[in-house]
Design a protein around this ligand. Structure first.
Ligand code: IMP
Ligand code: MG
Length: 187
């Protein structure tokens, strides 16, 4: 990204850093209650999960393991979902384990659906999903996240792990970019 493009992007905050931290703490409280005395395996979807995962796990008190899978449905500078590129889940040690699949955002739902199917085939003891953001209007699957931080409108968001062409993941808050890009249309 060159300086000209950066200047064209105006960032409007949608969810503040404080609101994110409060909500993550609430999600952690729920998870601590649900999985009390159990061993949890968290499977994070790279790369968008990293900030949410790092904040959440430090508030969890059960014994837990972390594994990662790679997925990417956005390519280059476009904000429309491209072909889903999903690495295999063969390396995951999930059989007979309580598994929590964690991602930054549930958009069309196709990423989580594909990973869920692969994990399910490996016979976990239980399998649930948690995402920080849920664009409910965009769902193209029969799924819904078991837990989510915030339901958001159909806008393309960045910050707190979410990127636009690899940028903005380090912002502590979540917001929309304008001038362009514009969010993808609901189809
Ligand atoms: P889905 O398969 O359409 O649910 O897309 C999920 C993936 O697309 C997420 O893991 C994100 O990496 C990416 N994504 C979806 N919406 C946004 C957005 O608004 N900003 C940044 N990335 C997004
Ligand atoms: Mg992602």
């Amino acid at each position: 990204m060159n300086a000209t493009r950066r200047e064209r992007h105006r960032f409007e905050t949608l969810i503040t850093r404080d609101d994110i931290q409060c909500r993550v703490a609430e999600l952690a409280r729920d998870l601590n209650a649900r999985y009390a005395e159990r061993e949890l395996t968290i499977v994070g979807v790279m790369s968008g999960c990293v900030v949410f995962l790092a904040d959440l796990i430090r508030l969890l008190s059960m014994p837990l393991r972390i594994e990662f899978v790679s997925a990417s449905s956005y390519r280059g500078e476009t904000t429309s979902p491209g072909k889903l590129a999903l690495a295999s889940c063969d390396h995951l040690d999930v059989e007979n384990r309580d598994v929590l699949l964690l991602d930054d955002i549930f958009d069309t739902g196709k990423t989580l659906q594909s990973i869920l199917q692969q994990i399910q085939a490996r016979h976990p003891r239980s399998l649930r999903t948690v995402v920080l953001l849920w664009k409910s209007a965009r769902n193209e699957t029969a799924l819904r996240p078991d837990a989510f931080g915030f339901e958001i409108p159909n806008r393309f968001v960045v910050g707190y792990g979410l990127d636009y062409d690899g940028w903005y993941r380090n912002r502590p808050d979540i917001g929309v970019l304008s001038n362009p890009p514009e969010p993808p249309a609901v189809t």
